[in-house]
Design a protein around this ligand. Structure first.
Ligand code: NAD
Length: 297
């Protein structure tokens, strides 16, 4: 199938590569042409605007940093809505605001374009392996029709309900992941300070009720190696926690602990770590406790 793909960064690039490997013909666009070099080598076509990425393609995907980027790419000059024909389908793979995506959905629908929010989870390594979780909100018949395409990027493709519900699921998930990261840093620095080897501590927790993917998959690739190359940038993690606390305010849900997690991410940004992997947030606890959480092979 002919597909457009806008935003070929840390996540978009491996997802687009898997779509090509699955036999689809891709037209790609990014603000940085170099972000698509490998995709062009794999046979993708380059275009200079979102508008051109949609033209002539049945489905278009976006994987963009923050909600205002998605809004600009959809509504802006030379944007998706300028290029999309009646009947076009658009999956937003970004982690976005449910309220924003619901508003964009209305605007798209008025032009005959079906928008589904379809944020993903599983990290850059899950994106490369094609094993992401994909959380989709929007028209069910459209989801059923294009689910096989989503199967090229993820192994757990779930219909979450009406438009915006994929984003709600994703935001709740990331709040858990980031909150777990903050609490894990406290638990692990405590355990090490009190005398236990970090590898033993992590192994015991991973095989007990405190286990989590954050500890089993993420920390070993990043924090434990002292590797803060994203991965998943701290600026994007801070964005996701803020999307959750904002949604809490919008719906009147009390979220005391979540707002502490939010402020910990604000502090990490203030330290200048926005471009580092989100495991960098744990460095604040390392500093405060005087314990470094590193594992050597
Ligand atoms: P990234 O910054 O690596 O990639 C985003 C890409 O979008 C960049 O290449 C950038 O040049 C491009 N871009 C930005 N604005 C643009 C515009 N106006 N027009 C065209 N291209 C534009 O970010 P990422 O890590 O790939 O994340 C993308 C989305 O996926 C975010 O919403 C993020 O929260 C979400 N996400 C990331 C991860 C992860 O592990 N990195 C995991 C799950 C979800």
């Amino acid at each position: 199938m002919k597909l457009g793909f806008i935003g070929t960064g840390n996540m978009g690039n491996p997802m687009a590569a898997n779509l090509i490997k699955a036999g689809h013909q891709l037209t790609v666009h990014d603000l940085r042409r170099e972000a698509a070099t490998n995709l062009l080598e794999m046979g993708a076509n380059w275009v200079d605007s979102p508008k051109e990425a949609v033209q002539g393609n049945e489905v278009v995907f976006t994987s963009l940093p923050v909600p205002r980027d998605v809004e600009a790419v959809v509504l802006g000059e030379n944007g998706i809505l300028e290029g999309a024909s009646n009947g076009a389908v658009f999956f937003d793979l970004s982690t976005n605001s449910p309220t924003m995506i619901r508003r964009l959905h209305e605007t798209c629908a008025a032009k005959g374009v079906t928008l589904l929010d379809s944020p993903v989870s599983g990290g850059t390594y899950g994106a490369a392996a094609g094993t992401l979780a994909v959380m989709v909100g929007g028209d069910k018949a459209t989801f059923d029709r294009y689910k096989p395409i989503l199967g090229a990027i993820g192994t757990h493709v779930v219909y979450c309900g009406d438009i915006g519900n994929g984003s709600v699921c994703k935001i709740c998930n990331n709040l858990m992941s980031m909150g777990t990261g903050v609490l894990l840093a406290e638990a692990l620095t405590l355990g090490v300070k009190a005398g236990v080897d970090l590898g033993i501590l992590a192994d015991v927790i991973n095989n007990s009720t405190g286990g989590s993917k954050r500890l089993a998959d993420k920390f070993p690739r990043f924090l434990f190696k002292g590797n803060f190359e994203p991965g998943f940038a701290t600026a994007l993690a801070a964005k996701d926690v803020r999307l959750a606390t904002d949604l809490g305010r919008e719906y009147g849900i009390p979220m005391e602990l979540s707002n502490l997690v939010d402020q910990r991410h604000v502090e990490a940004l203030f330290r200048g770590w926005g471009a580092e992997d989100s495991d960098a947030v744990a460095k604040i606890q390392e500093e405060k406790s005087g314990i470094q959480l590193r594992l050597h092979d």
